[in-house]
Structure formats: structure tokens, C-alpha cells
Design a protein around this ligand. Sequence first.
Ligand code: SAM
Ligand code: DTB
Ligand code: SF4
Length: 344
Amino acid sequence: MELRHDWTVAEVSAIHDLPITDLVHRAQTVHRAHHAPDKVQLCTLLSVKTGGCPEDCAYCPQSARHRSNLTAEKLLGLEEVLVAAKCAKASGASRFCMGAAWRDAKHGAQFDEVLAMVRGVRDLGMEACATLGMLDDEQAKALAEAGLTAYNHNLDTSREFYGSIVTTRTYDERLLTLDRVTKAGIGVCCGGIIGMGESITDRCRMLVTLARMTPHPSSVPVNALVPVEGTPLELRPPVDPLELVRMIATARIVMPRAMVRLSAGREELSREAQVLCFLAGANSIFYGDKLLTTGNPDVEADQKLMRDAGLTPLRAHETSLHEHGQSDTHDHAPGHAHAHDCAE
Ligand code: SAM
Ligand code: DTB
Ligand code: SF4
């Protein structure tokens, strides 16, 4: 099956609005041509620099412009981050994603510290992802040299709706950082959020922007809004799980090789809704009791879900090879975490 980069909004909307039985069947067909149907990538998040962000993203509890109950913290130390990564590995995660509430990645000592975190995570044999805000070319190159597998930088929504959600940066600035990441040879992790008040057309427009990229993003996180008290979107009604299924299936069909990640909002989903998302082509989840600052299902509940559904975790070197330009097979240093180091 050839990969297309010329999708139109009309075509993508027509797919999105198919009867759900047809939509899921089509997504399954594409999924099985490119991925093992019983494997799920487990990706653990850690907020390495929490809160105090100068941007005004309406969904985000970490913006200093909103009144969420979050205390801003300094960058975590290398040791603390690597202990968390080892614990994530010990509980079955193959990928570790570090998030910083920055408008743009810092220069100097703080950036060097982040590079050391990336190297440390890679040395555990895990995939490393980071989300640090905007990057310049030099920073992208340094992250690539440190072995970063992918950089997360979401478009969040359509260009048309973007201004209703963020006013402190432009859609084009987002795209520029994504270009720099691609040029540096790092995988692009880019997706969005549903449930912010956008239309179905906005969702399809965002998918078209992603699916017109060359190459397609290696990962596409699909988040359902987690409405956080004190943010402008705190009163948004919950996302209908079937809308999440449609978004995931459409992403799978238009970006066949991408890891499609069922991301924020899983706490509100039943086990059956999550299984429907897997049937629709999701093959990755955030795994661990916390996302960045909000909750996520317990590790035990996720392990039981995987067992009951007969799904098994994808190992780091099993992730679709196209995700990483760099050598990705140095699984030589198993991360031995002592049980007492790992949070209950
Ligand atoms: N500051 C960096 C940036 O904006 O790229 C990185 C961190 S930011 C928290 C990463 C992504 O998390 C956002 O782009 C957004 O898609 C998602 N996100 C943040 N808050 C969310 C929420 N309340 N519900 C769902 N997704 C959320
Ligand atoms: C993504 O698309 N979702 C993750 C990850 N990339 C960095 C973050 C979700 C954050 C949800 C709100 C929070 O926990 O602060
Ligand atoms: Fe800052 Fe990122 Fe949150 Fe926007 S999404 S307020 S840039 S941490």
C-alpha cells in the first residue's frame, strides 16, 4: 500500500464520517498491513520542568497565565530523571518522554542537562522522546547527536481554530520547529487534542496537515481534552469516546506507518472504549500513573487490560524501524531499578 501525501480535507472528512463499522474495518486493514495487530507501545511521561510557562495554551494547566493549582518547579536533576526512567522500564515501558513547560528550549546549562537525560535514557535501551517547546537548528542537531528518538511538538488543532486556543505563538512557528526536527534526523511526534470546541472539519484539517508532511510524523498522539480547573477550558463537556475512535481510525488510514497514540483522557474511557481504539488502529499509549501533571490509569489496571485483551508490549527495537534514523539497537544496559526507588 503506497503512502500518500496529497490528502484533501474532502477526502479525509469522507473517511472520518463513514459508518463506524466501515471506518474501523478500513483502519484495521491498513493497520494489519503495517503493524503487528497484538502489540502496543508503552510510553511513560515525566514532567522534568513543571509549570510557570509563559504561553497561553487554553487547555494547559502549566501556563502561568491560568489559575490552576500547580506550583512551578525547577528542572529536575539527572539522577531523579534516570531513576524514573529505570522504573518505567522495569514496569514494561519501552519509551520515555520528558516534557518541559518552556516556550522554547533553554540554552546553556539547562539544555546540557536535558541532553544528558536523553543520553541516559538511551543508554537504558529505551527510546527517548522530549517536548521542550520551540527549537532552533543547533538545538535540534544537539538532541539528534544525544540520540533522541523523537521530538513531540503538537499542532493541537487546525490552523483555522488555532487562534482560539493559543495566542502567544503562531501555527507557522510550530511548523518551523517540526521542520528543524525533521532536518536534524529526529522522528517527529505530532498530533493534537479533541474536545476543545473545534468542529469535525477542524479535526480533519489537522489530520490533513499532518498527512501532507513528508515523511508523515513517526508518532501521532491523539489526546482527548482533560479539562483542568482554572484553565479556560475547564468547563468543556467530556469527549464522546466514539469521536476518539473516529479520530484514531482516520489518523491510522491516512498515516499508515505512524505509531498512533491513544494519549490524554484515558482515565475517562471504559476498557471497552479503549479496546475499540486499539481496533481502530491505536498502537501506543501513555503508561504510568501520571501524564505530565494530570492522572492516567494505574499501571496495574493497564497491565490487566493488556492481559485480558491479549495484547503485548512492543519492545524498543521492535518499534517500526522508520521512526529512528540513528542506531537504535544498543539494548546492552538493562535498567536495574531497585524496587524501593520506584513509587508505588
Ligand atoms: N511546552 C511544550 C509544548 O507545548 O510543545 C511541551 C509540553 S505540552 C504539555 C505537550 C502537549 O500536551 C500539548 O501540545 C497538548 O497537545 C497536550 N496537552 C496539554 N494539556 C492537555 C490537556 N489538559 N488535555 C489534553 N492534552 C493536553
Ligand atoms: C501529548 O500529545 N500528550 C502528552 C505528551 N504529548 C507530552 C501530554 C498530555 C498532557 C496532559 C495534561 C497534563 O498531564 O498536564
Ligand atoms: Fe506551555 Fe506547552 Fe503548556 Fe502551552 S502546552 S502552556 S507551551 S507547557
